[in-house]
Design a protein. Structure first.
Ligand SMILES: [Fe+2]
Ligand SMILES: [Fe+2]
Lengths: 204, 195
């Protein structure tokens, strides 16, 4: 069965003023929609169509660049929309906060580390918070790579991701990527991140 | 050595049939300028303190390479635009383009494909390769053909910042418009110098 562009759980202007409606519209329909269509075209007629996206990405080094790029683009944007909300922001709670404090010292130190990973990724890519080998880690990947891929420098299950392709922020922030990163903290849905953490822990 | 942002050889709104004044303001005024500033703040106390951009491109790694190569790449890119461009090459260079790619249109079409299909941020190039032949190549991020011993003649910036304000996700439209402001007299001069 072909992969579907998942419905957004909020409308295009819901994340304003931090992410503008025009960016949401183009990012979701054109970019994410494009990855979805290109992924389906790249795997059409192969046995990959029977696999969940996570399984495809696991062995991506053996597959074509089209599967790596579009499969990554498909998965990464699914996650990105899920971990944002118009009611987002604030701080994580419960076990997520405990683990963040355990592995990064404090929420603020984590924030700084994650923001720095996002700001220093040269070119296009993503910053990640990952459940990896029993700990939380922060790092970034180029282009549409992600921590599920066998090509990733750190492997694990991503629970928070920030798109730092210029298309994610250029209409509103132009060259000011740090301002976009700063504003991202206002729309993070920490409940969604927590539930991704719980799923990641139960899988490993 | 303090690196400087070279002056643009035309007004910010001069090529607005293809690239808006606003895009040039950010691309040249912010991005290109930032690469210059970053480079100047990175090199003091390193072996590259007095190096030329070409030396940096050949030898540096990491942020010094990235910023140095981006300074060079953007200068090389902005230099080729003109509000009244020579629309197509002639002479020996044209002859070689036709011999290598079939026709001028074929060349443009192959170069456009290279620019359109580069995944992520980067540059499409026309180069004289190490065998002295014309070739179309792609480089990711700050990549530069000098690093591979090739001689660059023409480049198209396909970082999203180069076209997003004007064309958003429609990169092929930007590439199409790019051809209308390329001054082939500049590429011909580069070819003669590369020979
Ligand atoms: Fe994106
Ligand atoms: Fe650029």
């Amino acid at each position: 069965m072909a992969f579907q562009l998942p419905a957004l759980k909020y409308d295009y202007k819901a994340l304003e003023p931090y992410i503008d409606a025009m960016t949401m519209d183009i990012h979701y329909n054109k970019h994410h929609g494009g990855y979805t269509n290109n992924l389906n075209a790249a795997i059409e007629g192969t046995s990959l169509t029977a696999l969940p996206i996570e399984e495809i990405l696991k062995d991506v080094s053996k597959l074509s660049p089209a599967v790596r790029n579009n499969g990554g683009g498909y998965y990464n944007h699914n996650l990105f929309w899920e971990i944002m909300s118009p009611n987002g922001g604030g701080r994580p709670q419960g076990e997520l906060l405990n683990l963040i404090e355990k592995f990064f010292g404090s929420f603020n130190e984590f924030k700084e580390k994650f923001s720095n990973a996002a700001a220093t990724r040269f070119g296009s890519g993503w910053a990640w918070l990952v459940w990896s080998d029993g700990s939380l880690k922060v790092f970034s990947t180029p282009n549409q790579d992600n921590p599920l891929m066998d090509v990733a420098e750190i492997k694990g299950i991503p629970i928070l991701g920030l798109d730092v392709w210029e298309h994610a922020y250029y209409l509103k922030y132009q060259n000011r990527r740090p301002e976009y990163i700063q504003n991202f903290w206002n729309v993070i849905d920490w409940k969604a991140v927590e539930s991704k953490l719980q799923m990641a822990i139960s899988k490993l | 050595m303090k690196h400087e942002l070279p002056k643009l050889p035309y007004a910010m709104n001069a090529v607005s049939q293809a690239i808006s004044e606003r895009t040039i303001e950010f691309h040249y005024g912010k991005h290109h300028q930032a690469y210059v500033n970053n480079l100047n703040s990175l090199i003091p106390g390193t072996p590259f303190e007095n190096a030329t951009l070409e030396q940096i491109i050949l030898e540096a790694e990491g942020p010094i390479f990235n910023n140095g190569a981006q300074v060079w790449n953007h200068t090389f890119y902005f230099e080729t635009f003109s509000p009244l461009p020579k629309q197509q090459p002639e002479g020996e260079f044209m002859w070689l383009l036709v011999e290598t790619f079939g026709s001028f249109d074929e060349f443009k079409s192959k170069f456009s494909t290279a620019a359109a299909t580069l995944f992520g941020s980067g540059w499409a190039w026309l180069v004289v390769d190490t065998n002295g032949k014309l070739a179309i190549t792609q480089e990711s991020n700050a990549g530069n053909p000098l690093r591979k011993g090739q001689k660059p003649l023409l480049t198209c910036d396909v970082w999203e910042h180069a076209y997003y304000l004007d064309y958003q996700n429609r990169r092929p439209e930007y590439i199409q418009a790019f051809w209308s402001i390329i001054d082939w007299s500049i590429i011909e001069k580069r070819f003669l110098a590369a020979k």
